[in-house]
Design a protein around this ligand. Structure first.
Ligand code: FES
Ligand SMILES: [Fe+2]
Length: 433
């Protein structure tokens, strides 16, 4: 995802048509920062994890990966700014004029469907004086800026610039909303910031580009558009976003200790983990239920982790998704969306009880994650170990992170860290300046 600073290098500062996003062009360092010192402590943190060590001998990433604000800035630039990122689901923009807003790092975005039914995504920033434009989610025929009333269509066109009589060198067509690439995969809406193409900004579908060779497995195991959205729950958790992901990726290791009720509904000895390019899948069979028992889990559960921060859980008649959004280095927001088989939409009892059971698991996980974060911040801890028979998906995640970070450390993006506004805020804590 872009930071405000990065976008300054991406889009023309002149009051003209915005330039397309171009990762390699975000390089104020090309001239100014060539002599800047490397961000050594972040570089050292990345290097402290060795992805080549086999799982049974490997140590986990150091605690600085989970606590350091500069490390998070590098993650934002190099992980969230690269490739497709899940940001919502199709039911949020089902009808013409539907929209929803969001934030990734410093990027404010709005996803909407115009009056002709075409999907769009834009930076949610007014071209006049930068006010945020749309708020929350809903249904609108246009976006009117709350500040001075400039008005945009849901196709991004500037429809009305108020009280600009006398203005010179101003062409309304150059002041539309700045577009972001948007796509869908099954029921999910994705955006990306690093696509340089100036072609149409909407992809009907990303095909295998998002999920790689896991695409078929997920597409044929009930992760599709047939399940209507039921509700959303959001949790602010006092932990680094990766603590939540790690907790998800331990192969059911913590389930018998932390989720007694859930454990009794699963056959944990059947747990298996599969890893793909950027996806890992954990599968588990459920304990047989009596015919009249409440049974939200069905006969088997599938838990797919889509790098870097999106989780898809498919069990019985339910699908739920978890999106772990970093807020700062020690805080994240996790968004849960629940989808249910159409045949049960009227069964309010079943829905209520299912959501209560799911909530109970989340409360238990939040306590675990917040406890881990406090431990990571303790001087007593530096690195840990993996349980080789169960924590392979977590190791896979850390290796992907390392590859991503390492790659970007060696590119121009890293120079941006040195120059970034966020970095400047934190530089008093940084040893190399
Ligand atoms: S900032 Fe939007 S109209 Fe002025
Ligand atoms: Fe859990």
């Amino acid at each position: 995802m872009a930071t405000g600073r990065s976008l300054a290098g991406v889009y023309s500062a002149r009051a003209t048509r915005p330039m397309p996003l171009r990762a390699g062009a975000r390089a104020p360092c090309a001239g100014a920062a060539a002599a800047e010192p490397a961000a050594e402590h972040v570089r050292r943190l990345v290097a402290e994890f060795d992805p080549a060590v086999p799982l049974d001998s490997a140590v986990t990433p150091p605690s600085g990966w989970y606590t350091d604000p500069d490390f998070l800035q590098l993650e934002i630039d190099s992980v969230f700014f690269r490739g497709w990122q899940a940001v919502g689901h199709i039911w949020q923009v089902k009808n013409p004029n539907d929209f929803f807003t969001g934030r990734l790092g410093n990027v404010e975005f709005v996803v909407c469907r115009d009056a002709n039914g075409k999907l769009h995504a834009f930076h949610n920033v007014c071209r006049h004086h930068a006010s945020l434009l749309a708020c929350g989610s809903g249904h609108k025929t246009c976006f009117q800026c709350p500040y001075h009333g400039w008005t945009y269509g849901l196709d991004g066109t500037l429809l009305k610039a108020t009280r600009i009589s006398g203005i010179k060198n101003f062409n309304k067509n150059d002041f539309g909303l700045i577009p972001i690439k948007v796509a869908t995969w099954g029921p999910f809406v994705l955006i990306r910031f690093d696509d340089e193409s100036t072609e149409d900004n909407v992809y009907d579908t990303v095909g295998n580009e998002w999920l790689g060779s896991a695409s078929d497995l997920l597409g044929t195991n009930g992760i599709d558009t047939s399940l209507p959205h039921i509700c959303r729950r959001e949790y602010i958790i006092n932990c680094n976003w990766k603590v939540f992901c790690d907790n998800y990726l331990d192969g059911g290791y913590h389930v018998p200790y932390a989720h007694g009720d859930l454990a009794s509904g699963l056959q944990l000895q059947s747990y298996e983990t599969l890893t793909y390019e950027r996806v890992s899948v954990q599968r588990c069979e459920s304990a047989p239920a009596e015919p009249d028992d409440f049974d939200r889990l069905g006969t088997k559960a599938l838990y797919a982790f889509v790098y870097p921060n999106f989780m898809i859980n498919r069990y019985g008649p339910w699908m739920d998704t978890n999106l772990a959004v970093p807020l700062d280095s020690t805080r994240c927001k996790v968004v849960f969306d629940y989808f249910l088989d159409k045949s049960l939409l009227d069964d309010q009892c079943f829905i209520k009880k299912s959501l209560e059971d799911s909530e109970q698991v989340q409360i238990e996980d939040i306590a675990l994650c917040e406890g881990v974060q406090r431990g990571l911040e303790s001087p007593a801890y530096s690195v840990g170990r993996y349980a080789p028979s169960v924590e392979m998906a977590m190791h896979h995640f850390h290796r992907l992170m390392h590859a991503n970070l390492r790659h970007c450390m060696n590119t121009v993006l890293y120079c941006n860290l040195v120059n970034s506004a966020t970095f400047q805020l934190h530089k008093k804590h940084v040893c190399w300046l």
